[in-house]
Design a protein around this ligand. Structure first.
Ligand code: IFM
Length: 449
C-alpha cells in the first residue's frame, strides 16, 4: 500500500531556531533572547540572535526547499516580531515578513503550514506573568487575530501551540528551557489551563474567521511506548503508559494535553494526584477548548519504553542501544504504535509534524554531507508510518524535522537535525545526502521506501 495521493511531504522549522534578526525591523524580545545568553542556561551560552539568518536568506532557503521538492513547509511565527510588546501595536514590517514568506512558498508550489506558537514568548508578557496570568489566553487570541486576518487568505493549514509539554515541562517544571523556572504544581496547573484555553480560543477564531477553509491541528509530543511483545497484555500496557500522567509528571504527559482538546475532559489520573488543585473550565471555556480539529499533529522522535529493556537500564535501553547524537534512542516502531494509539483514542488523521534525528554531520572532503544514518533512520520511521496506514490509520502528512540545521534550544548549535547543512561561520547552506534522498522519496510519493 502507498501513501495517500494528497499526502503532504514536507519539512518543519521554528522561528527562533532559524530566523536570527532578533532586534531588527521593530521585533520585540522574547524570553529566549533575554535568558539564553547567561549562566550556562544554554550550551556555550549560545543564542538564536543570528541562528541561520533565515530572515535575510529566505529566498535562498525557499529555492532549496524547491530543489528538494518539498510539498509543504511548516514554519512558526515569532509573536514578538509581529507584536513587539505581545499585545497592542502591531509591527507591520514583522507581519509583512510572514506574508511575503507565504507568497513566496505558494509561488514555489509549497503548501504553507503556519504554527502560531513555538516557544518564543514575548518578554513583555512574561513580565506580566505569562501563562500564569488569567489574561494570557486573551493575549494569545489578540495575537492570533492579527496573524489569521493577515495570512488566512492564503494559508490553509494551521497548528496552534507546538509541544505544550515542552512549554510547561521544559520551561517551568524542569527549568531547562526559557524562562528556566521551576514552578509548583498548583501554578503549573493554572498555566496548563491557560495554554489549553489559548489553543481553544485560537482554534475557534481560525475556524470562524479564516478566509480560506482552514485545516487546523494541535501539535503535542510523546511520551510514546512500544509493546514489549505481541501479546494483547503487552499492547494494552504500552497503550496505558502512553496515555498515563505518571512518569515524568503531568506536564510531559500526552493525555493531560490531548484529552481536554479531543475528549472534553482531563484524564482521571490527574484528579487522583492533584484533586481540588485541578482548575476547572466553565462550560463556555470547554466549548472553546474542544473546538473540533481536522488533524492530530504529533512530533515523534523516540520511544519512552519498549521491548529492549534490560535490568539496570531504563526501559527503552540496553547496552550499546542505537541512539542519535542528542542521546535519543532510535526506535522506528514507535511511529506505528503512536499513530495507532493516537488514532484509536482521538479519531483524527495523523500528521507527523516533526520527526528526524540529530547527527554528527560535517562537510566531507568532497564538499558533501554523507549523512547515511539520517537516511536510514528516516527510511525506517517512514516504513512504520506506512504500516500504520495499512492498519487503517488515516495519514495526513509527514514533516521532517528539520528543513535545515538550526538552534537546538538549550543544546545551542551542537545538534544538527537538518536535511540541509548550515555552516555557522559563513551561513552557507549545503543539501545533505538525506535531502537528496528525501527528494526521491517525495517524487515517488513514498514508493521508493
Ligand atoms: O528542535 C526541537 C523542536 O523545536 C521541537 N521538537 C523537538 C525538536 C528537536 O529537539
Amino acid at each position: 500500500m502507498s501513501f495517500p495521493k494528497d499526502f503532504l511531504w514536507g519539512a518543519a522549522t521554528a522561528a527562533y531556531q532559524i530566523e536570527g534578526a532578533y532586534d531588527e525591523d521593530g521585533r520585540g524580545p522574547s524570553i529566549w533572547d533575554k535568558y539564553s545568553a547567561y549562566h550556562g542556561n544554554t550550551r556555550y551560552n549560545e543564542t538564536g540572535h543570528v541562528a541561520d539568518d533565515h530572515y535575510h536568506r529566505v529566498d535562498e532557503d525557499i529555492a532549496i526547499m524547491k530543489e528538494i521538492g518539498l510539498k509543504a513547509y511548516r514554519f512558526s511565527i515569532s509573536w514578538s516580531r509581529v507584536i513587539p510588546e505581545g499585545v497592542g501595536k502591531v509591527n507591520e514590517t514583522g507581519l509583512k515578513f510572514y506574508s511575503d514568506l507565504v507568497d513566496k512558498l505558494i509561488a514555489a508550489g509549497i503548501e504553507p503550514i503556519a504554527t502560531l506558537y513555538h516557544w518564543d514568548y514575548p518578554y513583555a508578557l512574561h513580565r506580566k506573568g505569562a501563562w500564569l496570568n488569567d489574561e494570557s489566553s486573551e493575549w494569545f487570541l489578540e495575537y492570533t487575530k492579527v496573524v489569521v486576518d493577515a495570512l488566512s487568505d492564503r494559508v490553509r493549514y494551521w497548528a496552534t501551540i507546538n509541544e505544550p509539554q515542552c512549554v510547561l515541562g521544559c520551561g517551568y517544571w524542569g527549568g531547562f528551557h526559557a524562562p528556566f523556572q521551576q514552578a509548583q504544581p498548583c501554578d503549573l496547573l493554572i498555566m496548563g489551563k491557560n495554554v489549553l484555553l489559548s489553543h481553544g480560543k485560537a482554534a475557534n477564531y481560525i475556524r470562524n474567521h479564516a478566509k480560506k477553509t482552514p485545516i487546523i491541528g494541535f501539535t503535542p509530543i510523546g511520551p510514546s511506548y512500544i509493546p514489549k511483545d505481541d501479546s494483547a497484555e503487552a499492547i494494552e500496557e504500552a497503550r496505558r503508559k502512553t496515555f498515563s500522567t505518571e512518569g515524568e509528571g503531568f506536564t510531559f504527559s500526552l493525555s493531560y494535553w490531548s484529552d481536554p482538546v479531543f475528549l472534553g475532559k482531563y484524564p482521571d489520573e490527574l484528579y487522583k494526584d492533584y484533586g481540588d488543585m485541578v482548575p476547572e473550565f466553565t462550560d463556555d471555556e470547554w466549548k472553546l477548548v474542544t473546538e473540533p480539529l481536522d488533524y492530530y499533529g504529533t512530533n515523534i522522535y523516540y520511544s519512552q519504553g519498549g521491548p529492549k529493556g534490560v535490568e539496570g537500564y531504563p526501559e527503552n535501553r540496553y547496552q550499546g542501544a542505537p541512539e542519535s547524537h542528542i542521546g535519543w534512542i532510535v526506535a522506528p516502531e514507535v511511529m506505528y504504535w503512536s499513530a495507532k494509539f493516537l488514532y484509536e483514542r482521538y479519531g483524527k488523521p495523523i500528521m507527523i509534524t516533526e520527526n528526524g534525528m540529530a547527527e554528527h554531520d560535517w562537510i566531507c572532503l568532497d564538499g558533501k554531507v554523507h549523512d547515511t544514518y539520517r537516511i536510514d533512520y528516516t527510511h525506517r520511521y517512514l516504513k512504520e508510518f506506512r504500516r500504520a496506514a495499512e492498519d487503517g490509520v488515516p495519514l495526513a502528512g509527514y514533516l521532517h524535522w528539520s528543513f535545515m540545521d538550526n538552534y537546538e534550544w538549550a543544546e545551542g548549535y551542537t545538534q544538527r537535525f537538518g536535511l540541509v547543512y548550515v555552516d555557522y561561520k559563513t551561513l552557507k547552506r549545503t543539501i545533505k545526502d538525506s535531502g537528496y534522498w528525501y527528494r526521491d522519496v517525495i517524487a515517488s510519493n513514498g514508493e521508493k521506501l
